[in-house]
Design a protein around this ligand. Sequence first.
Ligand SMILES: *Cc1c(COP(=O)(O)O)cnc(C)c1O
Length: 227
Amino acid sequence: MKEQIKKIRKRIEQAALSCGRDPLNVQLVAVSKTVSSKNVKPVIDAGVFIFGENYIQEAMQKIDEIADSRLSWHFIGHLQSNKAKYVVRYFDLIHSVDTLKLAKEINRHAKKLNKVQNILVQVNIAMETTKSGVSTKDTISLIRDISKLENLSVKGLMTMPPFFNQPEKVRPYFKALADLKDQILKESIAHIEMKELSMGMTGDFEVAIEEGATLVRIGTAIFGDRS
Ligand SMILES: *Cc1c(COP(=O)(O)O)cnc(C)c1O
């Protein structure tokens, strides 16, 4: 596993350097959905400390089993408002906030725990009917509304673009998310940071980094196929 992680880190580094970015500004999120605690451990031993999970029930069990305070857990899956309570308790960053209703629920539970919850707003950049995320045109108004919720801190944007076998075909979607981030920055909305861009997975993370990704979510390249 150490060798495998080293290779992925090298690819991240090369992609960043190839476009004049500092590799330290790209963080690896190891996507451990469907992977057992036992199989997550070697990845921790290889020096990975950020993990992404999609399913709350599975994640809570795993996080409790692994119980390693060095780790940062990110929630990257679709989230229903009635699960907000658990997500706030277990996760440092929620990548998938896409409605005001969900944001309000997260805010309410964060307040109870006296926590400021870091979140990203998920954008459905290609307007696919099968995917979650707010539409590009509604993103700014959603962020304005979220900015009024005191126990939430927006750190940036996330997207799941359409799947293509050729990563170059995904580039326009990554670029569109980066452009949207710049547009939001120009609005200078109070309490809103736009530092993070969560985009890029096993098949296309290098292109995502070239377009500005700061968080790449990689599952298959680390853990193998999820059958
Ligand atoms: C599963 C998943 C990933 C990881 O995908 P791979 O192609 O296995 O790297 C990344 N992001 C999200 C939101 C996912 O659900």
